[in-house]
Write a protein that binds this ligand. Sequence first.
Ligand SMILES: [Zn+2]
Length: 226
Amino acid sequence: MKRYVLGFMFNAAGATLVLIKKNKPKWQAGLWNGVGGKIEEGESPAYAMVREFQEETGLETVQTDWKPVALMRHRDPGAWPPKLEDFEVHVFACAGQNITAVHTATDEVVIVRRVDASLMDYNMVPNLKWLIWLAREALFEKQIRTTLIEYGELSVDEKHERKYVAEGGLTCPVCGSDAVEGAGYVEVNGVGCTNEVKCLACRSEWLDEFKLSGLTITRKRPTEAT
Ligand SMILES: [Zn+2]
């Protein structure tokens, strides 16, 4: 399995972050991404994060600067053993004390940019639309813990689950029963994810939509079971 790190360094206020304009791989060429790269044989993810960040931005950090915020995996749920193209990306966030010291250190341009402006930019690797927010929340809101994201699957962390329950999640919008059951996975797209849910009491089914940027839940109209 190929293993990568991806890091988002924010300034102390969380208002700006470091981005790099990718030349490679081909599917990222011309797009902004966080800073990262391949985890070499024998490296821990945090070690690789420090090394890659120094190589690409010239700025030295230490492993404890980087907080793990998510683990993205690609796998085909039906494929066992896992396919060769399976990969995992260890996502880190850091509140940089010295963010303005970053500079272009390779053939890939490094900038410090406002978070809000970055999210408006279509020339970004698409999953950054929500990864940046996820990383920022994980860094600046203390109670969050590591989130596991799998392409095709996503398990929501504790804090998000609490918010989900507080907003009426996990109860049936038709009969109010809390005997509801989600499909075992959440579909992730560029801006959020959806989960099929059904009520075990009245058999209604509906779709919960999670917007990962801001984490609001839009409840689709439930359909009565036949
Ligand atoms: Zn119900």
